[in-house]
Structure formats: structure tokens, C-alpha cells
Design a binder for this molecule. Structure first.
Ligand code: HSE
Length: 334
């Protein structure tokens, strides 16, 4: 499987590290031998080699990549995606929840030129899911986006594959790692600004973390769940969105004294959804989900509530989601 990576930040590098670590296991257990043949970045240029790029050299730095035979530097992103042979385009560049660009154009070019698309970038799945899914279906290609909701915790596979046949009536939970990490650290006495800085250092936060703390990242996930599980076509304007910026250290201390905790709760329903900070009693199962861990409860007709708890953000955790989507493609197309 030849892949092109659009973006080489925390998630792209996490995915590359996993390929390096797991190369033998992937080959021996699954007969899976992926090669990164192209890397496209916004500020560090692009690299392309038809036989595959060397992962340790990539991780050492795009600018420092050695000039090997056949290497093409700074090939235009559109040309690489639409004209070069590859099996999968992986979109791991920063999310834009206003326009989804430039990722949306790249996804369309990839599908138009016969390539599967795997995303950690939430923009195109939140804002243009139905068009992309239709195009992928018509072309007989995969559009996969496990990483977009709860990193590599298999939320989309649970809801779309394992629970297929059930009618889902609601999906509700803690869907942003950064804010859950901040709230947990503030409970332990850390200042808001320090907790946010730490969440950025740990690779949980978006490039612009205001998207996390103001609730927009979780809202993007509500749109994704709505699009994929309920077939809705809502926009941000249809959702009721609030973040954690109004919650003070005093509020958190007061909740703690009363055996309660603040959690940013995201809800997707068959018609709309919301993101709201809610003060939960410590006895609520969601109250005990701390740090960058996320949780989702999927309400169904045949199975009642099914709850999944796991990583919601992080370098290896999100890198794994990309691997899991590639393995799913490999299993059906291998
Ligand atoms: N910034 C996101 C979060 C990354 O904190 O949950 C995962 O989507």
C-alpha cells in the first residue's frame, strides 16, 4: 500500500513512528507493508519518492532529508495528489472547521484520481461528509475517519460496523481531550493557563487551542457523528455550543466540595446536538473519566446504552487510528 501523507505534525509523525515500530508485526501478522511515498506540509515543503521515503530520515526533519536518487522535493501538493500513483491519501493537516480547506480540495482530488482517503483532519468530515461519502461510494473507494472522534478509540467502527443493525438514538459523552485534561488538572490545583500549556506540549490541543476550549472541536465531532450516524447535514449554527473558558478555579473548587465535577459534554441527536459544560455528581460514570481520556455512550434500540472509554487525543493514540483505518482498507482490498 502506497500512501501520501498530507500534514506531518504530531499525528503524522505519530503514525510514521508506529509504522517504524510495527513494521515486522504488520508484515508477519497481516501481510501489510505500507510505504509512505509522499509527504506534504504547509511550511516545510513536500517530499516524494515513488519507491517510498525513509521513515527515520523523515522523522529527523523534512528539510534535512537526504537527496537520494529519485527523490522529488517541493512537488506541488495538487500535482502529487492527483497525478502520482498512490493507494491512499492520509489527511492529517490541521483542522479548519470554517472552510475545511485546503484539506477538502485534497480529499476531492484524491477520490477523483482513484485514491482512498483516510482522515484525522475533522474539517472535511464535519462540513462536507455527504459529498465526500457519495463520491467515494461512486468510485468504489474508502472514506475513513476513525481518528476524527476519540483518536484511535474505535468509536466509528463501534457505531458504524459493530452496532450496524441497531437504530442509534443518541451519542453523548466527553469528546475533547484537551478540555478534559485541563478540567482534571484544575481540580488538582493547576492554573488554567498552565494546564492548557501542558495539553499543548502533550500534543492534545489543536494548532489553535481556542477551538478546544471554546467547544468548537467537540462541536465538530458532534457534526461528524450527526453526519455519519444520523444522516443529518447540520452546520455549527444549528448546534448549541459552549466551552470551558467561563469556568473558574472557584467554580471547580466549589463543585469538588459538593462531590461534583465539571465535564464538557457533547451530544449528537438525530436532529442536532450541543456542547455544554455540565456539573456532574461524582457518582455519574462520566465524572470519573479524567485527563485526555474520552468517553461516549451510544444509545440504541436493541442493545440499550453501549459505552466506550479510551484515549481522546495524543500522538500515538491518533496515529494508531490511521493505522487501524489502513488495515481496514487492506483487509477489504488487500
Ligand atoms: N484537540 C483534540 C482534543 C484532538 O483535544 O480532543 C483530538 O481530536
Amino acid at each position: 500500500m502506497h500512501v501520501i501523507l498530507v500534514g506531518f505534525g504530531v499525528v503524522g509523525q505519530g503514525f510514521a513512528e508506529i509504522l517504524l515500530q510495527k513494521a515486522d508485526t504488520l508484515e508477519q501478522t497481516y501481510g501489510f507493508t505500507p510505504k509512505i511515498i509522499g509527504v506534504i506540509t504547509g511550511s516545510r515543503g513536500t517530499l516524494y519518492h515513488p519507491d517510498g521515503l525513509d521513515i527515520p530520515s523523515l522523522l529527523n526533519g523534512i528539510a534535512e532529508y537526504p537527496d537520494t536518487d529519485g527523490l522529488i522535493r517541493n512537488l506541488n501538493a495538487d500535482s502529487m495528489i492527483s497525478e502520482k500513483q498512490a493507494d491512499v491519501v492520509i489527511e492529517v493537516s490541521p483542522t479548519n472547521l470554517e472552510t475545511a480547506q485546503p484539506a477538502l480540495d485534497y480529499c476531492n482530488s484524491a477520490l477523483d484520481s482513484g485514491k482512498h482517503v483516510v482522515l484525522a483532519n475533522k474539517g472535511p468530515v464535519a462540513l462536507a461528509y455527504h459529498d465526500l461519502a457519495k463520491k467515494a461510494r461512486q468510485m468504489g473507494l474508502h472514506l475513513r475517519y476513525e481518528a476524527t472522534v476519540m483518536a484511535g478509540t474505535p468509536t466509528m467502527q463501534l457505531a458504524e460496523d459493530a452496532l450496524a443493525g441497531c437504530t442509534i438514538t443518541e451519542a453523548r459523552g466527553i469528546l475533547n481531550g484537551t478540555t478534559n485534561y485541563i478540567l482534571t488538572q484544575m481540580e488538582a490545583g493547576m492554573e488554567y493557563a498552565d494546564a492548557l500549556k501542558k495539553a499543548q506540549e502533550l500534543g492534545y490541543a489543536e494548532t489553535d487551542p481556542s477551538g478546544d476550549v471554546e467547544g468548537w472541536d467537540a462541536a465538530g465531532k458532534v457534526l461528524i457523528l450527526g453526519n455519519a450516524l444520523f444522516g443529518t447535514s447540520n452546520t455549527m449554527d444549528d448546534l448549541d455550543v459552549d466551552g470551558i473558558t467561563q469556568i473558574s478555579a472557584d467554580d471547580i473548587a466549589d463543585a469538588k466540595q459538593n462531590n461534583e465535577r465539571y465535564k464538557l459534554i457533547a451530544t449528537a441527536t438525530p436532529t442536532g446536538g450541543s456542547v455544554k459544560p455540565i456539573r456532574l455528581p461524582n457518582s455519574d460514570p462520566l465524572a470519573s473519566v479524567g485527563g485526555a481520556t474520552n468517553a461516549i455512550t451510544i444509545a440504541t434500540d436493541l442493545m440499550g446504552d453501549v459505552t466506550l472509554i479510551g484515549a481522546g487525543a495524543g500522538k500515538m493514540e491518533t496515529g494508531f487510528a490511521i493505522l487501524s483505518d489502513l488495515l481496514a482498507i487492506h483487509r477489504t482490498n488487500g
